[in-house]
Design a protein around this ligand. Structure first.
Ligand code: ADP
Length: 590
């Protein structure tokens, strides 16, 4: 309703109302002159109402608006068009203009469409909208990259190193987040620190120029990107990788910006004016003031963090950059965790296969042992049964040797029978020793004392054979838990063997030493030593080079020492002769 009572003409009221409109509006008359303008339009154009009224509107828009002609041509009837607006002051402004022609006058019944004589222009500043459009486009592009990255990271069987590298490539690539450099740190839970692992980026402007030229030619998909990165850029990463290796932050330093970003699960942008704990150290590592930190987090925990900067270009890190860095970090964290789990799974699978293989071997060993045990029992019975007839044969043979005349050819045969029988008796004696189940009656003894007692017992016999005997006891009172009779048997066996390989005389030295976790006893002789490739065979049952040997002595020694949890050994001495040794473990509490 128009306020007639106030006495103002309707046209004046409408003109004032039009001026107050909250929209940037201009009324253009036929011919293009401005006949009304709103306050908002004045503000947008940077001109006063007086400056605009009566002026041609064409001077303010590029390209010019076809006002006037448009009434005839109906070119922009009700249409939106984009123009550059030239305001009274400042730079041109991109605008969108909505034209609405209309007619002023009251010629009823005329064809309104051909008879327009004014035009209402609604001008809107598109700068904000253009910016938002750009932002949206950038978002869409980055989201599509994220999607591509996630497909690539999950779809392929990448190793952990490949995943880490792919993550950093995406952060720095032209199609990616476009940061200059990216550093990846991973949490080491065991030592409670987060350490720099891998980095990507140029070290100076020259290198950056080359890399960015290379990157701009990069193909779209991640794998091609990774391959071309590998071929052309990787060698330039030495400098940043040297930096990343120096990065280390304690997880207990809760104020540190990296730890805080992890604990708050939030990306943080550091600008030159910010001074948070830990920032100074990162600035020193990076050599630049501005950077962004994003935590690598998964549902199950925090894996580490990414630091990204624009140290070379100096470009500002925008909200969008930060938002995408965080999004991307989340995506990457899951891929990193997946790859770790996959590696772990593979490792466990290998362990499982090895355990399975071991179990099979154990089963086979068990079967073999069962068979051997049956054989052992049978051998014991056979040996036992053979002993009595052998004693009888040996006795008769010896009687024959005694009773037969020396010249009688049977005297020689009876002698051979005696020798062979005594050899068979030795074999049976040793065999029974070997087969008989060992009863372990253990005592804690001082090794040096045990050795001294054994050597004293055989000392006379050894020296009678023209062999020098020496002791070098340096076990220093070390004690072992053992069956002393059995250990003496081993030592005795070594001594007898040493005597037997030196029929012309020589020397024997018995040594004791403390070694890691045990005590070593060695019997060294100056005999012929061990022929090449023979040392393994010496301990095998029935291996002998002696005409009357059973070949069971060393086998029994090995069995005794093994049953004590020790090991036997043999070596050729550098001087001359052989050294036969065993090591007995020290008791656990010593
Ligand atoms: P045997 O004494 O009945 O032959 P052993 O098992 O005691 O059985 O010894 C096996 C073989 O090891 C001997 O026949 C010999 O060839 C070799 N051997 C043992 N001791 C020595 C040594 N001190 N020097 C060289 N060879 C040795």
């Amino acid at each position: 309703m128009i306020d007639e009572g106030a006495g103002r003409p309707e046209a004046e009221i409408l003109s004032a109302a039009f001026y107050q409109s909250p929209l940037p509006l201009i009324v253009v008359a036929d011919g293009g002159t401005v006949s009304a303008v709103s306050h908002e339009a004045c503000a947008l154009m940077g001109l006063s109402r007086e400056e605009l009224l009566g002026r041609s509107v064409n001077g303010y828009f590029l390209p010019q608006l076809p006002i006037g002609r448009c009434f005839e041509l109906k070119e922009c009837l009700d249409q939106r068009c984009r123009r550059e607006m030239l305001p009274g002051r400042g730079d041109p402004i991109p605008v969108e203009i909505l034209c609405r022609p209309f007619r002023v006058g009251s010629d009823e019944g005329e064809d309104l469409e051909t008879e327009y004589n004014h035009c209402l222009l609604y001008i809107s500043d598109t700068r904000k909208r253009d910016y938002e459009d750009e932002l949206r486009a950038a978002r869409v592009a980055k989201l599509s990259l994220l999607n591509q990255v996630s497909e690539a990271l999950y779809g392929a069987n990448l190793t952990l190193d490949q995943v880490l590298e792919a993550v950093l490539i995406c952060i720095t690539a032209g199609q990616g987040l476009r940061f200059n450099r990216a550093f990846l740190l991973l949490v080491d839970e065991e030592v409670g620190v987060m350490r720099g692992e891998i980095a990507i980026g140029p070290s100076d402007q020259d290198e950056a120029g080359r890399i960015w030229t290379d990157l701009s030619h990069q193909p779209e998909d991640l794998f091609s990107m990774m391959t071309s990165y590998d071929q052309s850029i990787k060698q330039t990463d030495a400098a940043v990788n040297a930096i990343v290796k120096t990065m280390s932050v304690s997880l207990s330093d809760h104020d540190n910006v990296l730890v805080r970003s992890m604990e708050e699960r939030q990306a943080i942008r550091i600008t030159p004016d910010m001074d948070l704990p830990g920032v100074a150290a990162i600035r020193q590592w990076l050599g630049c003031d501005c950077f962004a930190v994003a935590p690598l987090m998964t549902r199950s925990g925090i894996l580490g963090a990414i630091i990204a900067d624009n140290a070379i270009s100096g470009q500002r890190i925008t909200d969008l950059d930060l938002e995408f860095l965080q999004l991307f970090a989340n995506q990457s964290a899951s891929a990193i965790e997946n790859s770790r789990l996959y590696t772990e799974l593979e490792r466990r699978l290998i362990d499982l296969r090895q355990a399975h293989q071991k179990q099979r071997e154990h089963q086979e060993t068990l079967l073999r042992m069962e068979r051997l045990s049956v054989m052992g029992e049978t051998s014991a019975i056979v040996a036992h049964e053979l002993r009595n007839p052998l004693v009888a044969i040996g006795g008769f043979a010896r009687a024959l040797v005694r009773n037969l005349d020396q010249d009688d050819p049977n005297h020689r045969y009876a002698g051979i029978i005696t020798e062979e029988v005594s050899r068979m008796e030795t074999i049976i004696h040793d065999l029974l020793d070997f087969i008989r189940p060992q009863k372990l009656q253990r005592k804690v003894v001082v090794v040096d004392d045990l050795v001294t007692a054994t050597v004293e017992r055989f000392g006379g016999e050894i020296q009678a054979k023209g062999i020098e005997l020496a002791l070098d006891l340096q076990a220093g009172g070390a004690k072992v838990s053992c069956n002393p009779i059995e250990i003496q048997q081993v030592l005795q066996n070594f001594l007898v063997n040493a005597m037997q390989v030196m029929p012309e005389g020589g020397s024997i030295e018995v040594r004791t030493r403390q070694v890691t976790g045990g005590v070593q006893v060695e019997v060294c002789d100056t005999g012929p030593g061990i022929a090449e490739n023979m040392s393994d065979k010496l301990f095998a049952p029935f291996f002998t080079t002696k005409p009357t040997g059973s070949g069971l002595g060393l086998t029994i020694c090995q069995q005794i020492i093994k049953s004590h949890g020790g090991v036997v050994g043999v070596r050729n001495r550098t001087e001359k002769g052989a050294g036969f040794s065993f090591i007995l473990p020290l008791p656990k509490d010593s």
